[in-house]
Design a protein around this ligand. Structure first.
Ligand code: FAD
Length: 465
């Protein structure tokens, strides 16, 4: 069988790798080609080493509680190259009114699970805390899909939304919570309400059932990365593909059906024929590729909005950062009107990110809520981020290293109704035998979701699903 994979991000690579695994298991001959538009593989995953610092331009970790990326690392035999977060400093701050307030211990994304840290928190007012406590008695909601913003406001109140849920969610989806689909982004909370009614009680019960930290012997923290940076996953996957299977710098501009087979042509004049095709590009790119094949499918894909974002990495001498950096970083509520969506204390969160006596900080800017900031050039972004880090952490010194990485139209936004759209997309793709789609635009935006999506596409393509 000839298989063509379009897009060499983690989804496309995971798809190609899985296809080879299945073919090997079944002793099935497979001719594989992976076509990538850029001059490098990895898509948004990119690691750089400079002056003893290890910088992540895009993702800095993946989630271990979603099992697919970790399972892939195990099958690749690279689990020993992973590293966990340094949980001595496991806490996040919220930057509000010029102060960094620790997120109360036991706060699980949207709601508190521990009473004392919540009651003593400086992040919330007393009326805000009382409003959150109303969750204990409020009835269940009725909507099939509502926005994350509406859900948090209904259950926990405006303060919980503005001061915690919105900035935490912006750090993941860069989106306005009033646009985001709860069912597509945080189904766990929807299920929790359906099952337990109260989020606080439900989370509290779940926390009591879960083993205490330190006693479970769990090997991995919630966020996991590679000692040598996330790009290790990309080079490892790429290294498992047969020689000559990867074609770089060819942008596929259309896929068409030719009899029982598929043909993809590229802007550079390339032509690839295959029995099966997996398209693992951003959905706005996928829309272009299928526009003549199924215009309705193209419209559905093209209507999934994407936001742009940038990361600003700054290396400092540790002595030049007055703040104790006793956390993983901070998030910034939209109401603060800052450029930063969030900042990570990268060299505190993970080992080996900065040379001895130095610290690495990383700002995250842009997104659907603050796209305008990206109009400025790199110098403007650096000035804004440095000014805000000066205010938040007291860093006035010049950084010893600075990098800006821009990711235009890279972050899919799951609006209310997203899952219904994805079901229609899947139905239409199902009517095109031999074509499969994968990527972060459909059923999860993170690396673990992308691995699953690519592997599911490969299983489908090889008839192993
Ligand atoms: C700044 C940032 C930080 C993030 N942080 C995290 C994090 O910490 N943890 C996490 O789990 N996730 C994170 N994510 C999300 C994560 O990066 C993505 O989910 C994942 O990398 C997407 O992989 P992908 O292969 O689906 O898409 P991409 O990485 O977008 O790859 C798509 C590939 O397709 C190629 N392509 C597009 N069009 C064509 C064409 N016509 N022909 C050929 N090739 C084409 C592109 O060049 C690209 O290489 C972050 C994302 C960003 C932008």
């Amino acid at each position: 069988m000839r298989l063509l994979v379009v897009g060499g991000g983690v989804t496309g690579l995971a798809a190609a790798h899985r296809a080879l695994e299945v073919a090997r298991e079944r002793a099935q001959p497979l001719e594989l080609t992976l076509v990538e538009a850029r001059e490098r593989l990895g898509g948004t995953i990119a690691t750089e080493r400079a002056d003893g610092f290890l910088l992540e331009s895009g993702p800095d970790s993946f989630l271990s509680e979603k099992p697919w990326a970790l399972a892939l690392c195990r099958r690749l035999g690279v689990e020993d190259r992973l590293t966990r977060t340094d949980d001595r400093h496991r806490r996040t701050f919220v930057w509000r009114r010029g102060r960094l307030h620790p997120l109360p211990e036991g706060f699980q994304l949207l709601a508190p699970t521990r009473l004392r840290p919540f009651l003593t928190s400086t992040l919330f007012s007393w009326p805000g805390k009382l409003r959150m406590a109303l969750d204990l008695v409020l009835p269940r909601g009725v909507a099939d899909d509502e926005s994350l913003g509406a859900f948090v406001r209904r259950r926990l109140g405006t303060e919980a939304l503005d001061r915690v849920a919105q900035p935490l969610v912006a750090g993941i989806y860069t989106a306005d919570p009033d646009d985001l689909s709860l069912a597509a982004t945080m189904p766990r909370f929807l299920e929790l309400e359906r099952r337990e009614r109260s989020l606080v009680l439900g989370l509290w019960r779940a926390a009591r059932r879960a083993p205490q930290p330190g006693t479970s012997g769990a090997r991995w923290s919630l966020f996991v990365t590679f000692q040598d940076g996330m790009e290790d996953l990309i080079t490892t996957l790429a290294g498992r593909l047969p020689a000559g299977a990867t074609v770089l710098k060819q942008r596929v501009n259309g896929v068409e059906r030719v009899g029982e087979r598929w043909r993809a042509s590229t802007a550079e004049g390339g032509r690839f024929e295959a029995d099966r095709v997996i398209v693992a590009t951003e959905s706005h790119a996928t829309a272009r590729l299928v526009r003549y094949l199924d215009p309705t499918l193209a419209t559905l894909l093209g209507e999934i909005p994407y936001a742009s974002a940038a990361t600003v990495s700054l290396g400092y001498r540790r002595a030049d950062v007055p703040h104790p950096l006793d956390g993983f970083g901070f998030v910034v509520p939209r109401s603060e009107g800052r450029a930063l969506l969030a900042a990570t204390f990268s060299s505190v969160k993970y080992p080996g990110r900065a040379p001895e006596g130095h610290a690495l900080l990383r700002g995250f800017v842009g997104g659907a809520l603050n796209a305008g900031i990206l109009d400025g050039d790199d110098a403007v972004l650096l000035t804004r981020v440095r000014a805000e880090l000066r205010e938040a952490l007291g860093v006035v010194a010049e950084p010893v290293l600075a990098r800006v990485a821009r990711w235009p139209a890279s972050m899919p936004q799951y609006r209310v109704g997203h899952l219904a759209r994805v079901e229609t997309i899947e139905r239409r793709v199902g009517a095109l035998p031999g074509l499969f789609l994968g990527g972060g635009a459909y059923r999860g935006v993170g690396i673990a979701d992308c691995v699953r999506s690519g592997e599911t596409a490969a299983d489908g393509a090889l008839g192993a699903a």
